[in-house]
Design a protein around this ligand. Structure first.
Ligand code: PMP
Length: 364
């Protein structure tokens, strides 16, 4: 058995996989209507919101794009507070759509500094929105989203658009309490599902912004999702198989309770960091306090070839790790621990690392 330890897609349990073999149904019929309403209501529980939540057939990036095109107009100014590769993606999407982007870049390994964000908002009083990644999967850093939102919403009254792709359903995120306007996430992360669905929440303020937005959009126009939701249908043919899986996964998640889901992730995150320290390796984030509980980024030690490490782990030990992305290529490796990851899954990866590291030049 392969030990798939990348930060999504994550291993999916057999019962969920089997549910995807359910025969097709009419996505515009009564059975699907029930599934759509049932899943959407429970998604709201996970997002901790009374706001609208919509299901998009698409990857997480589709929901990030939806956040931008439904709330902003070409020429609008927006701040993108980025701490890594996925944060940068929010900026790229915005620029493609003609947003006047203020890119607030923090060094990889650090989180968003609230005072720097305040200074940026002071210097740009005309911004419409702030974009931010809750959990930056490329660096293994979790931002203080509650603090960021307090600045953006309470102090400056701007829209906040959140990439919660590797955090929702794994890390505490309170859409309503933290006043988050748009939160985007995707099925292949803590939801314990295959890739294929994205989920997006929309606050009243986000809808107001939508009514003023002149951005061109079609597949990702949330007004269409809203209009069709009222008649119990998706606007376009959805991934029906993924919807069967979502229905079952939400049964399990809601029965377990969000408190337990968050505890499970906190505990496996801590366990992974403890194991890394025991191997005399260093985590990549600047401090333990901001280290992610869904994905641990580890520095490749001096003298070790990062790509060899990843390939030997995969080819000789069936442990699939993720390498570093962009400028972090070869400099870090990443271990995913979302969903039902157990200590024994992590221990299996650590046992293999203990063998592989000395073989490729690690002197402890
Ligand atoms: N943002 C974050 C934080 C992510 O972890 C990912 C996926 N690794 C993405 C965006 C992109 O999501 P997708 O590949 O599903 O489009």
């Amino acid at each position: 058995m392969v030990n798939l330890r990348i930060p999504g897609p994550i291993p999916v349990n057999d019962d969920i996989l089997e549910s995807m073999g359910t025969p097709m149904i009419n996505h515009r019929g009564p059975e699907f209507k029930e599934i759509l309403y049932r899943t959407t209501e429970r998604l709201k529980t996970v997002f901790s919101t009374k706001n609208d939540v919509y299901i998009i057939t698409g990857s997480g990036t589709s929901a990030m794009e939806a956040a931008v095109v439904n709330t902003l107009s070409p020429g609008d100014k927006a701040i993108n507070a980025t701490v890594g590769v996925f944060g940068n993606r929010f900026g790229v999407i915005s620029e493609r759509y003609g947003i006047d982007l203020v890119s607030l870049e923090f060094p990889f390994g650090s989180d968003v500094d609230l005072d720097v964000l305040r200074n940026c908002l002071n210097a740009n009083p005309d911004v419409k929105a702030v974009m931010v990644t809750h959990n930056e999967t490329s660096t293994g850093v979790t931002n203080n989203l509650q603090g960021i939102s307090t600045v953006v919403k309470k102090e400056y009254d701007k829209l906040i658009l959140v990439d919660g792709i590797s955090s929702v359903c794994s890390l505490p995120l309170e859409t309503d309490l933290w006043d988050l306007d748009v939160v985007a996430t995707a099925s292949q992360k803590g939801w314990m599902l295959p890739p294929g669905l994205a989920f997006i929440s929309f606050s009243e303020k986000a809808w107001e912004a939508h009514s003023r937005s002149t951005m061109p959009r079609f597949y990702l126009d949330m007004a269409e999702y809203k209009r069709y939701y009222e008649i119990g249908q998706p606007p376009f043919t959805p991934s029906v198989s993924c919807m069967f899986a979502l229905d079952l996964a939400l049964d399990q998640i809601v029965t377990e309770g969000m408190g337990s889901v968050f505890k499970r992730h906190a505990s496996i995150g801590q366990y992974t960091r403890d194991c890394i320290a025991e191997l005399n390796l260093n985590i990549f984030p600047n401090s333990k306090e901001i280290a992610s509980n869904t994905c641990t980024a580890v520095e490749v030690p001096e003298g070790v070839d990062g790509s060899k490490l990843v390939s030997k782990m995969r080819d000789e030990h069936k442990v699939v790790l993720a390498g570093g992305q962009a400028s972090l290529s070869g400099k870090i490796f990443r271990i995913g621990h979302m969903g039902q990851t157990t200590e024994s899954d992590i221990k299996g990866a650590m046992d293999a690392l203990k063998i592989v590291l000395p073989e490729i030049g690690f002197r402890n």
